[in-house]
Design a protein around this ligand. Structure first.
Ligand SMILES: [Zn+2]
Ligand SMILES: [Zn+2]
Length: 363
């Protein structure tokens, strides 16, 4: 069966995933260009990505909280899960997308609006690697997460400069601090081809200053704005270094903190950064073909009506990766001719045949 073959491939890849490529301190200070610590040279450029490669980030509307689901080459990472009350949302998103294994979960820091819904994720899916800046915090939400994590592989506290793979994307830990406050937040950058995404948790100005002092490579096409758009973060000097095209603010309507603060919005707008906010745009999808990022409000494919599912229309198939695309999808041109097939039929028929909808064009 085509589908099980595909799953086998994904399983095999995920078994390779969990070898963190740790760079830095051991080899530090050598100028030699051939130094094994320079793993960044191994990041494939857009040109090197396979035609079947895919990358997307769903910023999930969890109100005054954070949650983002990242997919690359059929591997998955969840960064934060919203509040405890969002557990059901996270559970059903994973269920709907049939994500029974998360390759990586990152809890940016211990506060409930980041860790709470991760219990929903661990109730549905297994997870290979769970990262957080601390293994203990005295709250119901964190304890429930830590208990579920201990039934899996436990929580790992990463080190600055650790790197992990997610399909052909690379994740690099740029910053974190011990403890449980906002400034403990894991700050990480995802690089896919020539595009990049910076996640900041609730990190505040002290963390930003530390990153700037370390000369961390902060530039990213998409910035997940720290601390729900609070003016305790996103200082001008930090923003100048990140210099993103898009800013995503995960924030609840009428929250008691007054987030996002107007100064932050002003700073973003002054740089002509396109802003999406979960309290206005709800779920936001950013996808990348390795050279260009596009972000837009998004509705899950589960909302595809039965009617749409059965409608006869034209799709482009990749008979090698078992993905189907809209004829207008930018990844269609990357499919080798001998794997490309035009198809007239229904979405449901394709799914029955083991095909999966492309995560970029969401047919
Ligand atoms: Zn926080
Ligand atoms: Zn928060």
């Amino acid at each position: 069966m085509a589908r099980s073959h595909h799953k086998f491939k994904a399983g095999f890849l995920s078994s390779l995933l969990l070898i963190p490529i740790i760079i830095g301190t051991l080899f530090f200070s050598q100028k030699a260009p051939s130094s094994p610590s320079v793993v960044s040279s191994a990041i494939p450029s857009a040109y090197d990505l396979s035609e079947n490669s895919s990358f997307s980030i769903q910023f999930i509307d969890v109100g005054q909280a954070d949650a983002a689901l990242i997919e690359c080459d059929d591997q998955y990472m969840l960064i934060d899960g919203g509040n405890s009350a969002d557990s059901n949302t996270i559970y059903s998103i994973l269920q709907r997308n049939n994500i029974t294994n998360l390759n990586i979960i990152v809890n940016s820091h211990a506060h409930e609006d980041h860790v709470g819904g991760l219990s929903g994720a661990l109730n549905f899916a297994t997870c290979d690697l769970i990262l957080a800046p601390t293994t203990a915090f005295d709250s119901k939400a964190f304890t429930s997460f830590a208990t579920l994590a201990s039934q899996s592989n436990g929580i790992l506290i990463p080190n600055i400069n650790d790197e992990y793979s997610l399909g052909s994307a690379k994740i690099k830990i740029l910053g974190l601090n011990a403890g449980e406050g906002n400034d403990s937040s894991i700050i990480l950058k995802i690089t896919y081809g020539d595009t990049s995404f910076l996640f900041t948790g609730d990190a505040e100005i002290a963390s930003e200053q530390a990153l700037l002092a370390r000369n961390a490579d902060l530039h990213a096409d998409v910035l997940k704005v720290a601390h729900h758009g609070s003016n305790s973060s996103t200082s001008q000097s930090f923003l100048d270094q990140v210099d993103p095209e898009y800013a995503i603010i995960s924030v609840g309507t009428d929250n008691s903190y007054g987030h996002p603060h107007q100064e932050v919005i002003d700073r973003l707008q002054a740089k002509d950064i396109k802003i999406y906010r979960t309290n206005i745009d709800h779920d936001i999808l950013c996808s990348s073909d390795g050279s260009k990022v596009t972000c837009s409000p998004y509705t899950y494919s589960s909302t595809v009506s039965k009617n749409q599912n059965d409608q006869i229309q034209e799709y482009i198939l990749n008979t090698n990766s078992f993905k189907f695309h809209l004829p207008t999808c930018s990844s269609v041109e990357k499919i080798a001719d001998h794997n490309k097939e035009n198809y007239q039929g229904s979405r449901q028929d394709l799914i029955t045949q083991g095909y999966q909808p492309c995560k970029q064009c969401n047919p």
